[in-house]
Design a protein around this ligand. Structure first.
Ligand code: NAD
Length: 455
């Protein structure tokens, strides 16, 4: 691998001797833990806010959904919106007029107009809902201007970026939460509750995935998710979108709160489907035909934790296959599997070799429904957003800010869950060699309590 490619993939600042080590086949890239520039934000609480005043950057497919939830949530005022694509900004403004609300100050005259929005002193929280490669610079700019940040997934695309988020949160003592909505699905909350009740025994292994056929996004050439996401498949080869499957499993296993990701190994299949799709659907002179797709169609990454547990994280955004996040957790007493939901608990369900599923799961939901879902599940069903989990996530995060509580997902989770992507890229490029996952908590994972069953 060329030196500049190595730097791009890892995002790490490496010295010549360290690079020589890598070239010699050392297992581990030399990711140094940077000197902390502030104090830990593990369990950070900030003063209660009566009303959370929000500035939203990015009102595309995802941001428009967030906006509609923000306009419905109690205790939230959207003070400013920003999108650099004129028609999208106008559509965002229309969401206000449709509800007979005044249109807030709007930004987007160029790529950097969001900074003018950040200069406002009537914003507490900035939501970053833009393409992956822009998350960190926007989040860092926002924290440096005294704002809390909720950022979309993945929070960062390089190791260096992940550290930047952590260090800026610590320096500014601001919240920086990645909006991993899948942690708030009804199923995932139920399973978290069952894990905490010890129903699966000691947790040994988990599986998460993002398997979602997104080929048709390639038709978005000038604007929309496919216009920028497709470029990633032409430059990177690894697990590009790990957090939806991994986040819930990380919470079951109390990652960064008693355990942590130690190292990973990763392999990708050949890259075929994007090229096939481009040939079938685009003329010869199209950028889609001219591009070379280098990202293997299926990536499989295995993470080893400090306590010795294993997590398989898969990624596939292009093959013909039904949607799945796997959502599997295996313990000494039983297993939960998702897609479709099913469970085995020794001594409770039929036999160890037979899944209980379908209607058989009703007793589990009756007994172990997570209190948070009991509290807001009904309104979540009405408000929607991926089966209601988007609403539960925002409801809960805003509730925490209004009540001066720590957030369920810390900046350390944002960094550790997101950094699986660049580390998988490194491992794929090195025949699946293992690579250490940085300890973004700088040791605090040993003393931080597991996430409780919040109400
Ligand atoms: N959690 C989920 O379930 C989920 C679902 C979909 C997307 N996402 C994430 O949400 C993010 C956005 O995805 P999307 O599908 O909405 O993409 P999108 O392309 O539809 O929207 C992104 C928006 O950001 C705007 N933007 C880009 N640069 C900007 C800048 N400098 N200033 C202001 N606005 C700018 C674009 O004009 C666009 O409208 C991504 O990180 C994606 O991974 C998460």
């Amino acid at each position: 691998m060329k030196r500049r490619d190595f730097l791009r993939l890892t995002g790490a600042t490496v010295g010549a001797s360290a690079l020589a080590g890598t070239a010699l086949g050392d297992q581990t890239p030399p990711f140094r833990t940077p000197r902390a520039s502030g104090k830990s934000v593990m369990g950070l609480v900030t003063p209660k806010m009566d009303v959370v005043r929000v500035g939203l950057i990015g009102i595309g497919e995802r941001g428009s959904g967030h906006l509609s939830h923000l306009l419905a949530l109690e205790g939230v005022e959207v003070r400013a919106i920003c999108d650099s694509h004129g028609p999208t900004l106008q559509a965002g403004q229309k969401q206000f007029t449709d509800k007979h609300l005044p249109v807030p100050p709007s930004y987007g005259k160029d790529e950097y107009d969001y900074r003018n929005m950040l200069d406002r002193d009537d914003i507490d929280l900035v939501m970053v809902v833009t393409p992956w490669e822009k998350h960190v610079s926007m989040a860092v700019d926002a924290m440096n201007r005294g704002k809390h940040v909720f950022t979309e997934v993945p929070a960062a695309v390089t190791v260096e970026e992940a550290w930047k988020l952590v260090d800026t949160a610590e320096k500014t003592q601001r919240h920086c939460m990645m909006m991993e909505n899948c942690c708030y699905g009804r199923e995932e909350l139920l399973v978290l509750n069952m894990c905490r009740l010890g129903l699966f025994g000691e947790l040994l292994h988990g599986e998460g995935a993002y398997i979602h056929d997104l080929r048709t996004q390639m038709f978005q050439l000038d604007h929309g998710c496919g216009s920028w996401r497709t470029a990633h498949y032409t430059k990177r080869n690894g697990n590009l979108y790990p957090t939806h499957g991994l986040g819930p499993v990380a919470q079951y296993m109390s990652i960064n709160r008693g355990d942590r990701f130690d190292y990973l190994t990763s392999m990708s299949s050949p890259a075929r489907m994007r090229d096939i799709f481009a040939k079938e659907h685009f003329p010869e002179d199209s950028i889609r035909r001219k591009s070379k797709y280098v990202c293997g169609d299926i990536n499989t990454t295995i993470v080893k934790t400090a306590l010795g547990r294993t997590i398989m994280v898969q990624w596939d955004e292009q093959l013909a296959r039904p949607y799945s996040r796997l959502n599997l957790i295996q313990g000494t007493k039983g297993v939960w599997g998702g897609y479709p939901q099913r469970v085995v608990i020794e001594g409770t369900t039929k036999t160890a070799e037979e899944w209980t599923e379908g209607e058989g799961l009703e007793t589990f939901y009756d007994k172990y429904e997570h209190p948070l879902w009991k509290r807001v599940g009904d309104e979540a069903k009405v408000q929607g957003g991926h089966g209601g989990m988007d609403w539960v996530m925002l409801w809960r995060a805003i509730y925490c800010l209004r009540n001066g509580l720590p957030l369920d997902q810390s900046v350390y989770d944002a960094a550790a869950w997101s950094v699986i992507s660049p580390l998988s890229e490194w491992s794929v490029a090195h025949r699946g060699q293992s690579v250490d996952v940085p300890d973004f908590t700088r040791g605090k994972w040993k003393t931080t309590e597991p996430l409780g069953i919040v109400t």
